[in-house]
Design a protein around this ligand. Structure first.
Ligand code: AMP
Length: 248
């Protein structure tokens, strides 16, 4: 069985992002970058499937500039067998990323693709769904539990009404939710071992995918400053204040 896992490099979740003064994007100079948290969960789940005894090869895939290689090395240190970097300096949008994964899935004859439910930089929550549509295979999004049974997967999904369990046939796409697992820490010896694991670099053009953005981002802006709260004496004062502000 072959499992492809998406590894996107994003601004670390602990960083307070700053929008550039001219509104052209987010400042990433000198900012800590790391693996998208949902992708660490995706990789952890792939490793657990392998560790539960399934003969599986786990391939970490990233699409981006050459600088994302450290994140792929971290994925290899976590336990991925090999990595593929699809190198491009283009601005990435979910449809293009899904097309790249679709090409790789065909080349690699993959049985399962595990992606994050969303990348915490663009919060699109689209790539997994688009890949499943292009590939014409089942999808189980927002997974909080995954059980592999021969050629089928039982996936518990986090939905608005609570939890939903579905059964899907492989090959398939899963996207991970936060409660699926807790990713392992990388140990020093694994970092050393990861240095000699294979990391293949492909150019975007080699896959026949063209970067034709469907969306144009016109500007970025920070969220509006929150106005401070105010304590009122009683309900009468509360109603009066709400009326005054035109809320009631
Ligand atoms: P999104 O649809 O952009 O919110 O991303 C959902 C998931 O798709 C991410 O959590 C990743 O697993 C995968 N993904 C998106 N962009 C990339 C990328 N450039 N390289 C690798 N995986 C990606």
């Amino acid at each position: 069985m072959k499992i492809l896992v998406g590894i996107k490099r994003v601004v670390d979740f602990s960083v307070r992002v700053q929008v550039k003064k001219d509104g052209s994007g987010v400042n990433t100079d000198g900012v800590k970058l790391g693996i998208n948290p949902f992708d660490e969960i995706a990789l952890e789940e792939a490793l657990r499937i392998r560790e539960r005894g399934t003969q599986a090869e786990v391939v970490a895939v990233s699409i981006g500039p050459a600088e994302v290689q450290p994140q792929l090395r971290t994925a290899l240190a976590m336990g991925a067998d090999r990595a593929i970097l699809v190198e491009t300096g283009e601005v990435l949008q979910p449809l293009m990323v899904a097309r790249v994964f679709h090409e790789l899935v065909k080349r690699e004859n993959a049985d399962l693709v595990i992606l994050g439910k969303q990348a915490i930089d663009d919060d699109s929550n689209q790539t997994g769904q688009m890949l499943a549509a292009l590939w014409d295979r089942p999808q189980a999004t927002f997974a909080s539990k995954v059980e592999l049974k021969d050629k089928t997967l039982m996936v518990t999904r986090e939905v608005d009404a609570g939890l939903e369990t579905i059964e899907i046939d492989l090959p398939a796409v899963i996207t991970t939710d936060l409660r699926l697992n807790t990713p392992r820490f990388v140990k020093m010896p694994d970092i050393m071992k990861a240095r000699s694991k294979p990391l293949q670099v492909l150019k975007l053009e080699e896959l026949g995918v063209t970067a034709a953005p469907k969306l144009e981002v016109t500007s970025y802006a920070p969220p509006p400053q929150r106005v401070g709260g105010k304590k009122v004496e009683d309900v009468t004062a509360l109603v009066a204040t709400l009326r005054q502000r035109g809320i009631l």
